[in-house]
Design a protein around this ligand. Structure first.
Ligand code: ADP
Length: 161
């Protein structure tokens, strides 16, 4: 039987427990999940692509059916390259819907076979975003309930500079 592969794209700047919750759910349904950091050179990030990939790899160590990658350009081209047509996204609150709805529709216009599958995280993570983590860290707040330990350390170290 054909392997069901899904791509989970995002900025992951940095990875949070919300992202990991989505990956956990998706990895139970798909044979393989490729978590892929979107390379967006025009945007200012806290961590480089390499750092974000490394933090994701560490957080996902030991997960046999999850791999971490990065990509540039159109998601539809990347998905085709990975020989799949499934994209995973997370839906936190209704506020995510408008943007996600637009992206899913545009991606389908570009590649009609693409399917976007949405997962909801547990409620406690539905208010969590990478930008909230960055904001708390900026004011030297504690992010240890929001991200894995190694990410919390990296965030704290970045803000000392
Ligand atoms: P952010 O919006 O936090 O910068 P990303 O660009 O890394 O996040 O998001 C990648 C995907 O993960 C998006 O579909 C986003 O909605 C989803 N996501 C991010 N944080 C969470 C969370 N706490 N719970 C569920 N989904 C999430």
């Amino acid at each position: 039987m054909k392997k069901r592969i899904a791509v989970y794209p995002g900025s992951f700047d940095p990875v949070t427990f919300g992202h990991l919750d989505i990956i956990e759910r998706a990895s139970k349904i798909f044979d393989h999940v490729i978590v892929s950091v979107f390379v967006h050179s025009g945007k200012k990030h806290m961590f480089t692509v390499e750092e974000r990939v490394a933090m994701l790899r560490r957080a996902l160590k030991g997960r046999k059916n999850v791999s971490v990658d990065c990509f540039e350009g159109l998601l539809t081209d990347y998905v085709k390259k990975k020989k799949t047509d499934v994209v995973i996204r997370g839906l936190r609150a209704i506020s995510d819907l408008e943007y996600e709805f637009q992206m899913a529709a545009i991606n389908r216009t570009l590649y009609r076979h693409i399917e976007t599958v949405f997962f909801m995280p547990r409620v406690r993570y539905s208010y969590l975003s990478s930008s909230v983590v960055r904001d708390i860290a900026h004011f030297k707040g504690d992010v240890s309930k929001l991200v894995p330990v190694h990410v919390a350390k990296a965030v704290a170290a970045r803000n000392k500079k």
